[in-house]
Design a protein around this ligand. Structure first.
Ligand SMILES: Cc1ncc(COP(=O)(O)O)c(C=O)c1O
Length: 306
């Protein structure tokens, strides 16, 4: 059994953010589960790797973009647990830039083989035709969907909350495909409200989450996505750096940084009732900082401190 610490942070920000009416904000340090397969990636892969072994599969095949945490984690998990790994990567131009891209360079160093496809072609990845081409090309494999979300991934994410977490009124987490949130909603208590901070603009994720859970004690906001997936500005970089300096907790710029920013904003607006106890889930993703810093450097913006 893994033991993950809940780290109190509200005491540190008490004066600065006027958090007085909140009883507690703590962060569940899922990022500390494993150096390379951390946070929700560990949770999502756990039962899938057990299943792949049971099916006697030797190869994991999955999909992702240039800075995908899921690609990096699948490569590292494959290496550690004895699977070959294949990454179907969005963007043909990246085939010439593997060494300039920290995520792809890391995955390659961990043994992942890449197949680069155009953005148009990538959109068809769910079709039978596309998957038949992959079988022809790569033979037998265990398929992990983009972002790793499937029923076994949701089952893994149901293990994030423990009985001790029943003291919290609100559970907050970042969301991409919604699989992690669905697992957390499934294991939340009826008195708890789960709030998902979307990394993407739009409210289409509600439909996704309803595919994986029948409970209704949750809501989603895209208010704090900074304009969309992987969009970032100086204010967010500054927030992440100040937060790390004060708490020693690193946040990534795509998911967890935006979630914590969003929680503080909601506190300021009085969204949470008096004496609320809030638990934020650190879903990992810290490997993405290197790639983002390269982009920030090109734009002459301050970098995220590592
Ligand atoms: C660090 C991190 N946090 C959160 C998420 C969102 O998880 P989900 O896709 O299950 O919503 C992802 C991506 O999948 C991620 O890499």
């Amino acid at each position: 059994m893994i033991s993950v610490q809940n780290q109190l942070i509200s005491n540190i920000f008490q004066d600065q953010f006027n958090l007085k009416y909140i009883q507690e904000i703590s962060i569940k340090r899922e990022d500390q589960i494993h150096p390379f397969v951390s946070g929700n990636k560990f949770r999502k892969l756990k039962y899938n790797l057990i299943e792949a072994k049971q099916q006697s599969k030797n190869t994991l095949l999955t999909f992702g973009g240039a800075f995908s945490n899921h690609i990096a984690a699948t490569a590292a998990a494959g290496k550690e647990y004895g699977f070959q790994t294949i990454g179907i990567i969005r963007g043909e131009e990246l085939s010439q830039k593997i060494h300039e891209n920290p995520t792809l360079a890391f995955a390659k160093a961990n043994g992942m083989t890449f197949h680069f496809v155009s953005r148009e072609h990538y959109k068809q990845k769910h079709t039978i035709e596309f998957q038949n081409i992959l079988v022809e090309k790569f033979g037998d494999f265990y398929l992990l969907p983009e972002g790793g979300t499937n029923p076994l991934a949701v089952k893994g994410c149901e293990e994030v909350l423990t009985d001790k977490d029943a003291v919290y009124d609100f559970i907050c987490l970042p969301l991409g495909t919604g699989g992690t949130m669905a697992g957390i909603v499934n294991s939340s208590k009826p008195h708890q409200k789960v709030i998902g901070f979307s990394a993407l603009k739009g409210n289409f994720l509600e439909k996704e989450i309803k595919k994986w859970t029948s409970k209704s004690n949750w809501e989603i906001t895209d208010e704090y996505c900074f304009g969309g997936y992987a969009k970032i500005n100086e204010e967010l970089v500054d927030f992440i750096n100040v937060f790390k300096n004060k708490t020693h907790i690193p946040l990534d710029p795509i998911y967890t940084g935006k979630m914590i920013y969003g929680i503080f904003e909601l506190v300021k607006t009085g969204f949470f009732p008096k004496n609320s106890r809030i638990l934020a889930i650190h879903t990992g993703g810290l490997q993405g900082i290197h790639g983002m810093n390269l982009q920030l450097k090109k734009r002459n913006l301050p970098l995220i401190e590592i």
